[in-house]
Design a protein around this ligand. Structure first.
Ligand code: SF4
Length: 233
């Protein structure tokens, strides 16, 4: 059974590579190919089996684009709900995508943060790649993490792709976003809402728009006279 799974995964990944070959310009394909061949190295076979070639290609290429903007010594994170028309692939889950210099405990730290939010983890990938960049930061060559550093001009980068319970469902939004007529197409920044309030479904803190049907919550402020009476009571 194990051999059949390995055979299946190898076949699937070679289909992903062929899918890329006919879509990417030849020079880009040559750089991306090793990335596509190893992106799913330790993926769960059943998880891969449940996805289309187009979605496997789309998810890997989305991460590749995030890595293009990564500056070594920093980190790059993207949290999004993949929509075919917008991201080139689809998933029913929310994706947490990270590119970071390779270091210990990265995966554990992200897993703990997701646990703290009470979100279930549906899929996890964390390949490591050796990356050579040009002067402008563009990726010029990539190889699997175990490859020799060779000329010493490369860096090891950790790629984390987690899929968790879908966040930002319009029906779950609170406050202004929950009442907003644009919530299906906007929904605000869930990352910013979570960072400022600890609740990923709270209203977008930086939006100046007041939805047409929004009724602000009534805040009870006790007058000085009332407080005085209460204190004396
Ligand atoms: S309130 Fe603002 S951020 Fe929230 S859904 Fe409406 S337009 Fe978007």
């Amino acid at each position: 059974m194990l051999a059949r799974n390995e055979e299946f995964v190898a076949h699937l990944l070679s289909d992903v590579v062929e899918f890329a070959r006919v879509r990417l310009p030849e020079p880009t394909f040559r750089i991306v190919e090793p990335f596509l061949r190893h992106y799913y190295d330790f993926a769960d076979a059943e998880d891969l089996r449940s996805r289309s070639i187009a979605d496997l290609y789309g998810a890997a290429m989305a991460h590749w684009r995030t890595a293009q903007r990564f500056v070594p010594g920093s980190e790059r994170m993207q949290v999004y709900n993949p929509i075919l028309e917008q991201h080139g692939w689809h998933s029913d889950h929310t994706v947490v995508e990270i590119v970071n210099d390779d270091m210990p405990f990265l995966v554990d730290s992200v897993s703990m943060a997701i646990n703290r939010l009470g979100l279930a983890l549906h899929s996890a990938l964390h390949p490591v790649f050796r990356i050579w960049r040009g002067k402008d930061g563009t990726i010029e060559r990539v190889d699997e993490g175990g490859a020799s550093a060779g000329d010493g001009q490369s860096q090891l980068a950790s790629f984390i792709h987690f899929e968790v319970d879908r966040c930002g469902d319009a029906a779950k939004l609170d406050g202004k976003c929950g009442a907003c007529e644009f919530k299906q197409i906007c929904g605000g920044s869930r990352a910013r809402a979570y960072a400022l309030t600890g609740n990923p479904h709270s209203e977008e803190p930086c939006c100046a728009y007041v939805p047409r049907n929004y009724v602000p919550p009534v805040r009870t402020v006790k007058s000085a006279t009332t407080l005085h009476v209460l204190q004396g009571a």
